[in-house]
Design a protein around this ligand. Sequence first.
Ligand code: NAD
Ligand code: ZN
Length: 353
Amino acid sequence: MVPRVIFGRGSFNQLGELLAPNRLNNQAPFVYLVDDVFRTEINITSRIPIAYDDKIIYVSTIEEPKTSQVDELVEDIILTSKERPSGIIGIGGGSILDLAKAVAIMLNNEGSSEDYQGWDLVKHKAVYHVGIPTISGTGAEVSRTTVLTGPTRKLGINSDYTPFDQVVLDPELTKGVPKQQWFYTGMDCFIHSVESLNGTYLNAFSKTYGDMAYQICKEIYLDGSLTKKDAQDKLMMASWHGGMSIAYSQVGVAHAMSYGLSYLLGTKHGIGNCIVFNYLEEFYPKDVKLFKKMLDKHDITLPTGICRDLSDKDLETMINVALSLEPLWENAIGKNWKKTITSKKLKELYLKM
Ligand code: NAD
Ligand code: ZN
């Protein structure tokens, strides 16, 4: 779990105070990985407490994080710093938070980040790392994984060294999020709670967090009675709870299939989950109905026919990526999932999307 967290509007201003005791020495910089969208956002950049050799690296999030990108960033940081950094601070959405976690791990572990995709492969503690989300939903701020696309698969580096040492939850930072993105990333949280609550791995720990995330998402995306500020505050907490819920259970069908879309077509996580979830009525009947109401209420039109023109070979690649995520299927369907979840079944589903 994340050992330290502060929450509150304006808490971003405390960053300098939080970091100071963790500075190793004047030559060991803090390196900020910041979403490129903030390059011209003075309100954010001017509040980053730069001192000594600290540096800001702006990162584009047009594509989701890759193992090669992590390796390049690590090399660049090592080459341009006098000493190993005091810390890595990620400021952005799930993409940047995951990059920050992966870079912090790879600064202290040999080889390429692709060698560590999987469960508990990391050998050494990561460099001190801090997560500051600017959009709510993925739960990447709290989770024990950092999802990367590598040459052969899209899979997280899941380890006890992955979670942030410190998280700053300042809902004010989410105010510029475009509406569509607010919907897609928020639905990631809704889907985390649905997949956790309806999974066979569920236990009391996960259920408590899942229930909370689920209720808050309904309040925000269906009831719609909250003020904008309250909705921002609450969505940040929903994201946290959704992440906590899956930390001790697993995600399910939507995530498994969305990883396939992402691997082959580069479809981003939030929208990919939405495209898939829309067709999962047989797995999550009540919640897919709710989801469709949310789409309606917020006037969101999802892309259609995205798999229609794919070759059999491409479909097979996508299906194999989805089927390889065995724990997700086992959570969703149960130990005997291979009896019902076949290539043919997934092909039918993908072709509807
Ligand atoms: P994202 O980080 O890619 O950001 C989405 C878009 O929102 C980007 O264009 C970004 O520039 C913009 N944005 C972010 N904050 C903004 C702000 N305050 N104002 C204006 N624009 C803003 O998207 P995401 O949905 O947050 O994250 C998706 C990524 O998270 C994927 O790579 C996925 O694999 C990963 N993920 C990780 C976990 C985990 O547990 N580690 C869980 C779920 C998803
Ligand atoms: Zn997700």
